[in-house]
Ligand binder design. Structure first.
Ligand SMILES: [Ca+2]
Ligand SMILES: [Ca+2]
Ligand SMILES: [Ca+2]
Ligand SMILES: [Ca+2]
Length: 478
């Protein structure tokens, strides 16, 4: 559920330097860095459910941080866990400090100045954490995925080098814990690539061509930003090409293009101007939702809904299969997800110190129960950028991004209530939590957000000083 093309983001970064709004005071609840001083008082609050018991038991553990209710019933063999609702603190159960960083991921030996950017984050069915992005390799950028245990220990890293520039922009996993990334590899210009790794982090030779399925069209550039798997193991990829058209691809579980979907497994959408798929999610009916940007006079946030069988736009959704938010200004769709009720949340950014949350109903209309009646929240408080959206327990909505002032970008996680209001119960009235792992002038950016099976929040991104190289990072909050 993430978009990325590095050039695009670098452009955003550059475009923002000119906006010099200074925020009021520092936030005492910010994550301190680099010394892990703010989380020492936290204790683990997880309630462990026995694998099997002979009696029916219910237990509720309440602390000032979370309430965890567990019910184990042997007669039905079901376990119900009420997920924690994090209060917005760095989670000391994660690597002791609440964060991990990774440097020189694609280098044989550590090297000063290696740039490591993480664009995507996922948690697999075993609770392993997957962080994906790109890292300076020996010759050029390489695509990486790092897998961590839930305590923040690195399990393995896998680096892919096609010989040219490579990037992972999205990551997910199947029920067995196999890992799938999407992004681009070097080809004629760039080619969309899906890479499959086994649970041990080894390329799966039975997938695609030696573990890699790719797409190239007309010697141009093709880029993937989103990935989703359906229940049959089919893989859907959202992206764009260098002709400013959105691309939606379908591969089967072996990494072969699915012939009946679009034209030989590929859908192209051209609304007349710039069209880009940044993020993808499959709804409860199996339909394919692509979130992104479409310009037909103005630049708008859009959700396309496609039939998974043939790649045809679903005419029962929005207008001709498209739900659009258009303010009159420019908005760029970044990330799409579904909430607990099955409604569609789309995050966009105006590139003018605001990000935008839209909620659409299942029929593709703006939801009148969100954002005070118009289905839209435009959030701006100083310089803010929204990168990724996730829905969390108790109807909460999470946005990962970064917060200025420029030259002091802080990776930030915001939380909103289900009606779109900022949730001031998060982080002691703030409604967000920011990070400054790198002291002084810094550039830290949240690029992805997910929740885990206990309800904790994880943000992926990177941290760098203005004159030091980026390091990939994961933050966890409880
Ligand atoms: Ca490379
Ligand atoms: Ca190409
Ligand atoms: Ca176009
Ligand atoms: Ca680095």
């Amino acid at each position: 559920m993430k978009k990325n093309k590095l050039g695009y983001w670098m452009l955003i970064g550059v475009s923002l330097i000119g906006f010099g709004i200074i925020l009021s005071g520092c936030n005492p609840a910010d994550i301190a860095g680099p010394s892990p001083t703010t989380t020492a008082a936290l204790a683990a609050t997880t309630t462990t459910v026995p694998a099997a018991t002979t009696t029916t038991a219910a237990a509720t553990t309440t602390t000032d941080l979370v309430t965890t209710t567990t019910t184990t019933t042997t007669t039905t063999s079901t376990t119900t866990t009420t997920l924690m609702v994090p209060t917005g603190m760095a989670d000391s159960d994660f690597s002791g400090s609440g964060w991990v960083t990774a440097d020189s991921i694609a280098k044989v030996s550590p090297e000063v100045g290696a740039r490591d950017w993480a664009w995507a984050l996922a948690v697999d069915s075993n609770g392993k954490i997957l962080l994906a992005g790109q890292s300076d390799g020996p010759k050029n950028s390489d695509a990486f995925v790092c897998r961590y245990s839930s305590d923040g220990t690195l399990d393995w890293k896998a680096v892919y080098d096609s010989g040219g520039g490579d990037q992972n922009a999205a990551v997910t996993s199947d029920s067995a814990g196999n890992v799938f990334t999407a992004g681009y590899i070097a080809g004629p210009a760039a080619d969309i690539a899906v890479i499959k790794y086994t649970t041990s982090g080894i390329l799966d030779p039975s997938f695609g061509h030696n573990g890699v399925a790719s797409f190239e069209d007309s010697s141009g550039g093709e880029y993937a930003s989103g990935i989703a798997l359906d229940n049959s193991g089919n893989i859907y990829i959202a992206g764009e090409d260098d002709k400013s058209d959105m691309r939606l691809l379908k591969f089967n579980s072996s990494g072969q293009s699915v012939a009946g979907f679009g034209a030989s497994g590929v859908v192209k959408y051209d609304g007349g101007g710039y069209d880009s798929g940044s993020s993808i999610v499959i709804d409860g009916s199996g339909k394919i939702l692509v979130g992104g940007t479409s310009n037909n006079g103005t630049t708008d946030m859009i959700v396309w809904r496609y039939d998974p069988a043939n790649g045809v736009l679903d005419s029962t959704f929005g207008t001709g299969g498209k739900a659009i938010y258009h303010s009159g200004a420019n908005e760029y769709g970044q990330s799409v997800t579904l909430d607990e009720a099955g409604k569609i949340l789309l995050l966009g950014d105006t590139l003018t110190n605001n990000f935008v949350l839209c909620r659409f109903t299942d029929s593709g209309t703006l939801d009148a129960t969100f954002g005070g009646g118009d289905g839209v929240v435009i959030y701006g408080s100083g310089e803010v950028f929204g990168s990724s959206i996730a829905s969390a327990s108790s109807g909460k909505i999470l946005v990962a991004g970064y917060k200025g002032p420029s030259m002091h970008w802080k990776a930030t996680l915001w939380r909103f209530n289900s009606d779109g209001t900022l949730d001031t119960t998060f982080n002691s009235g703030q409604g967000y939590i920011s990070s400054t792992l790198t002291a002084g002038d810094q550039d830290e950016r949240g690029q992805a957000v997910v929740t885990d099976s206990l309800g904790r929040y994880l943000m992926g991104g990177y941290t760098k000083g203005l004159t030091t190289s980026a390091d990939a990072a994961i933050w966890r909050f409880k």
